[in-house]
Write a protein that binds this ligand. Structure first.
Ligand SMILES: Nc1ncnc2c1ncn2[C@@H]1O[C@H](COP(=O)(O)OP(=O)(O)OP(=O)(O)O)[C@@H](O)[C@H]1O
Ligand SMILES: [Mg+2]
Length: 255
C-alpha cells in the first residue's frame, strides 16, 4: 500500500480487448482518485465505450486487471460491479418507455435487489415510492413523475437514465455520452442538471464526451483514446494542447 492508496478508486492495468482482428483496447492503464471528474475523448471507434463496458462488467476483458477500491473486479458481471459501487449510463438511454418516470425510478431501486421482489410490490411500498420521489427531486425530475418515459424529450430521458443509475449512491459513475442527442444549446444545461446532483452524492465521475466545450467546462482531467490506446492523460489544458490529440481526436478547428 502506498501512502496515497486510500484515495484511489479505480486502478486499471494492462487492459486489453480484442474483437477478432480488431484491438478495441490495448495496454490501457488508468488510475482514478476519489472526487475526480474526468472526460474521456476520442473519435468514433477509438475504444471509449469498450473501456466503460469493461469497467462496468458489460464486456469481459481479453487481458489485464481492473481494481476498484483495492478489490479485483476484473470479469465481474454488471450486477456485481453495480453492487460493488460502479454504475454507468448508456449512449442510448436505457429506460422503460411504457412506464412512467416514477415507475422507471422504482425499477432502478429494485435493480440492486436479489430474490423475488417484483415491481408491483415496490409500487405498493410507500417507503420505496417516497425514496424514488426524493431521487427524482434530487435530479430536478419531479415535474415529470407521471409522464410516460417514452414521451419525454431526449435530454430528460438521459437525465432519467443517469438518475436511475445513481440509485444507491455509487462511488464511481461512468456516463457514456450524456449529452448525445441533445441540442447544442441544451448541452451545458443538461450537464448542470446531472453533474451537480451526482457530485452531491459524492460520486467520482468519468464521462465520454465529443463536445470539447463541455469537456472544458466539466472536467479537470482528460483521457484521450485513439485506436484502442490512450494517447494522452492529464489536466484539461495540456491534453487539449497535445499535438497528437489535436490531430487525431479533436481536429484543429475545435482546439
Ligand atoms: N461487440 C463488438 N464486437 C465487435 N467489435 C466491436 C464490438 N464493440 C466494439 N467493437 C469495435 O471496437 C472498436 C471500439 O469501439 P467502441 O464502441 O469502444 O468505440 P467508441 O470510442 O465508443 O466510439 P463512438 O464514439 O462511436 O461511440 C470499434 O472498432 C468497434 O467497431
Ligand atoms: Mg461509444
Amino acid at each position: 500500500m502506498t501512502e496515497h492508496s486510500a484515495d484511489i478508486v479505480l486502478e486499471v492495468r494492462g487492459l486489453e480487448k480484442h474483437f477478432g482482428g480488431v484491438s478495441a483496447a490495448r495496454d490501457i492503464n488508468v488510475t482514478v482518485r476519489h472526487g475526480e471528474q474526468i472526460a474521456i475523448v476520442g473519435s468514433n471507434g477509438a475504444g471509449k465505450t469498450t473501456f466503460v463496458n469493461m469497467v462496468t462488467g458489460y464486456l469481459k476483458p481479453s487481458g489485464g486487471t481492473i481494481r476498484f477500491r483495492g478489490r479485483d473486479v476484473t470479469g465481474l458481471d454488471p450486477r456485481q460491479t453495480a453492487r460493488a459501487g460502479i454504475r454507468r449510463s448508456f449512449q442510448i438511454a436505457q429506460i422503460f418507455p411504457q412506464m412512467t418516470v416514477l415507475e422507471n425510478m422504482l425499477t432502478a431501486d429494485l435493480a440492486g435487489e436479489t430474490g423475488r421482489t417484483a415491481v408491483w410490490r415496490a409500487s405498493l411500498s410507500p417507503t420505496r415510492i417516497e425514496r424514488a420521489r426524493k431521487e427524482l427531486q434530487h435530479f430536478g425530475l419531479s415535474g415529470h413523475e407521471g409522464r410516460l418515459a417514452g414521451t419525454l424529450p431526449q435530454g430528460i430521458r438521459k437525465q432519467l437514465d443517469i438518475a436511475m443509475a445513481s440509485v444507491g449512491e455509487p462511488e464511481l459513475m461512468l456516463l457514456d455520452e450524456p449529452t448525445s442527442g441533445v441540442s447544442v444549446d441544451e448541452k451545458l444545461d443538461m450537464m448542470d442538471r446531472v453533474i451537480g446532483p451526482l457530485r452531491a452524492t459524492g460520486a467520482t465521475i468519468m464521462f465520454i464526451e465529443h463536445d470539447i466545450d463541455i469537456v472544458r467546462s466539466y472536467a479537470q482531467r482528460v483521457i484521450a483514446f485513439y485506436e484502442g490506446t490512450i494517447l494522452a492523460d492529464g489536466d484539461v489544458a495540456s491534453v487539449l494542447a497535445d499535438a497528437r490529440v489535436r490531430e487525431y481526436v479533436i481536429g484543429d478547428k475545435h482546439a
